[in-house]
Write a protein that binds this ligand. Structure first.
Ligand code: ADP
Length: 380
């Protein structure tokens, strides 16, 4: 019984009410016992004076004042006892109602959390009371549902990531395995071309592992960002140096249009170099020989707007919304052959947003080129 009381919130509420009632009644009785005799005597003396000693005791007539006092005291005790009993009854009913209102949602949350712990992330609880005048319990239920929603999203992402990674790993592994089996069985001849293909696939695997490491670090925000004033021209010159050879080898021009009076950007230069290399590198990859890639920077309400425009293969409208999603590639076979795993833009988006900027892609359609724009805050 004691354990039941200890573990049941309803009983605890009832006992706390009972305690208040008993103390109230005890204080009332004590006060009555202490205060009533003196005040009663005073009032009786006053009345006796007014009635000319009628109330005084005489031989053969008991003292009227003392019998009045005894009756009065009994009446007060009776009244207090009945009032206390009625209060206990009301307390029982009220604590039952309150405990139901409190316990039901708490129990519901307890059960939901147990379901969530078992992996049922779609579990939600009902919000008690009127959501407009939300008390602490309703707020707890709202926060609980938010937490469950977040857990569900994280779980969906985790599943997607495992699915994506498995898919990405399978292709090169199948090729490597197939080639090696062909060599062992003698179906494939031991010539440099076969080994080169195995080597290419192994390289792609190792690039994929690097990409995965990068994306997991960026998505978990496990990297440091050190924004400093960075002159735009210096930033772009570094990027040009790093991509110069690839542009020259492919025969594509890289043009910069940077006004002389631009304020410096407030950015982590190494992270922004990575963003620019991902975007400009893509523009180079999807632009045919003899064409050009133009990078321009303009000033826009306390920010700098970078645009990377190419006249390459373009992007169809149905793909535009997805290209920042990890592992998304418009033409899977084409970019897989070129080594792209569809995470360059995902990383770029994370890094730009971490700087407080936004990024977007536009394209009039296939074969009509693409423009990638992103913003960065200016220093000061
Ligand atoms: P990848 O490593 O495959 O290039 P990204 O995340 O950098 O991955 O790009 C995702 C996809 O967006 C690419 O596979 C490609 O289909 C498309 N894309 C990116 N940049 C361009 C561009 N400049 N022109 C056309 N398509 C592009």
């Amino acid at each position: 019984m004691l354990d039941r009381v200890r573990s049941h919130l309803g009983w605890k509420i009832f006992l706390s009410y009972l305690f208040v009632i008993i103390s109230g009644a005890a204080v009332l009785i004590l006060a009555a016992e202490l205060a009533i005799p003196t005040s009663f005597d005073r009032h009786m003396a006053g009345m006796s004076e007014m009635m000319g000693g009628m109330m005084e005791s005489t031989p053969g007539r008991p003292n009227l004042s003392s019998s009045l006092f005894t009756s009065y005291r009994t009446a007060v005790r009776e009244a207090v006892t009945w009032a206390a009993l009625a209060a206990v009854l009301v307390a029982g009913l009220v604590s039952l109602l309150i405990s139901r209102r409190v316990i039901r949602p708490v129990k519901e949350m307890m059960q939901a959390s147990q379901h969530i712990a078992k992996g049922n992330y779609q579990e939600r609880v009902s919000i008690p009371g009127d959501p407009l005048s939300a008390d602490e319990l309703s707020q707890l239920a709202i926060s609980f549902n938010r937490m469950a929603e977040q857990l569900e999203k994280t779980e969906t992402k985790r599943r997607q990531l495992i699915g994506d990674v498995t898919h990405e790993l399978r292709t090169p592994l199948t090729t490597i395995k197939g080639s090696l089996e062909g060599l062992v069985d003698g179906v494939l001849t031991q010539e440099p071309g076969t080994y080169e293909q195995i080597h290419r696939e192994a390289e792609r695997l190792s690039r994929l592992v690097d990409d995965l490491q990068q994306i997991s670090r960026v998505e978990a925000e496990a990297y440091s960002l050190d924004p400093q004033p960075v002159p735009v021209r210096d930033l772009l010159d570094t990027v040009r140096e790093r991509l110069e050879i690839q542009f020259r080898e492919k025969g594509v021009d890289l043009e910069f249009h940077i006004p002389g009076d631009l304020p410096p950007a407030l950015a982590d230069d190494q992270r922004m170099e990575q963003v620019l290399i991902n975007i400009i590198g893509n523009a180079l990859q999807y632009t045919p020989q003899g064409e050009n890639v133009r990078v321009s920077v303009t000033r826009q309400k306390g920010a700098l707007k970078f645009s990377v425009q190419d006249n390459g293969i373009g992007i169809a409208p149905e793909h535009l919304a997805h290209i920042f999603t990890r592992f998304y590639r418009v033409d899977k076979s084409r970019s897989r052959a070129s080594g792209g795993s569809g995470i360059g833009l995902t990383i770029a988006k994370h890094l730009v947003e971490a700087h407080g900027g936004t990024i977007q892609a536009e394209s009039p359609g296939p074969d009509q080129g693409s423009t990638f724009t992103f913003t960065l805050p200016t220093a000061g």
